[in-house]
Ligand binder design. Structure first.
Ligand code: DC
Length: 224
């Protein structure tokens, strides 16, 4: 296989990690995990069971016995929490609460275990905030997508469906989430020192895919 076995993609909300991840998975015939959905699903679970998201004790009590199980990796990743599928993971309320839940170290531990289990299978692309720095520091290729807040906000605003937020609101919500994700004590969002940083402002996804594939290609060793 002449391509990196494990590819990580980190970067802020709305930077295009998921679109890039699915495209690469298609090109390489790899599995793709968007780790953000695990934090979103745990946040939904916390809301469903009536825990108080801002109170560590409450979240801890309600998630102590929480189990995350992989159901399927391909073609689309599927998982369960306590034996059940969790849905409706993209609401505005989840956007607001997920950085709080994702900052608890005991939550990150549960998610870390699942991510490493998936990576151990190889031929996988994992996207998130701390994948290249904390989860898989030995990954073969680490990508960090860097895009201006303005471009991310414009893209997200154009895509919103049910909620009617102004561009200013979308931009402000994203700015606050960036700060929460980048300044938390445990596994803050950051580029690994050996990551390939791709600034995608004004780039088409095809150009980003082509750049990553170039970096992912491993020259076969000469056998002479
Ligand atoms: O990528 P996303 O917007 O779906 O991520 C949701 C939240 O989960 C985000 O606010 C930060 C958190 N997250 C994280 O802390 N670490 C990851 N590897 C992925 C997501």
């Amino acid at each position: 296989m002449p391509y990196a076995r494990i590819i990580t993609i980190d970067g802020p909300a709305g930077c295009g990690k998921t679109t890039l991840g699915y495209r690469l998975a298609e090109e390489l015939n790899y599995s793709f995990l968007d780790s953000g959905i695990l934090y979103r699903a745990i946040t939904r679970h916390v809301m469903n069971v009536g825990a108080k998201p801002h109170q560590l004790d409450s979240v801890q009590a309600y998630t102590e016995t929480l189990t995350l199980t992989i159901k399927k990796l391909r073609p689309r990743f599927q998982f369960e929490i306590n034996g059940k599928k969790v849905s409706k993971l993209n609401s505005l309320q989840i956007d607001k609460l997920v950085p709080i839940i994702a900052a608890y170290p005991f939550i990150r531990e549960k998610v870390r275990a699942m991510q490493r289990e998936i990576a151990a299978q190889g031929q996988v692309i994992i996207a998130g905030r701390d994948i290249g720095t904390v989860i898989l520091p030995d990954a073969d290729l680490k990508i960090y997508l860097d895009v201006s807040l303005e471009e991310r906000a414009v893209r997200r605003h154009a895509k919103q469906n049910t909620e009617e937020r102004s561009l200013d609101q979308v931009r402000e919500d994203m700015r606050l989430r960036d700060i929460a994700d980048a300044t938390r004590e445990t596994s803050p969002m950051r580029a690994a020192t050996d990551a390939v940083i791709i600034k995608t402002d004004g780039l088409h996804v095809d150009e980003v895919v082509a750049t990553v594939l170039q970096h992912a290609y491993i020259e076969p060793e000469n056998e002479d």
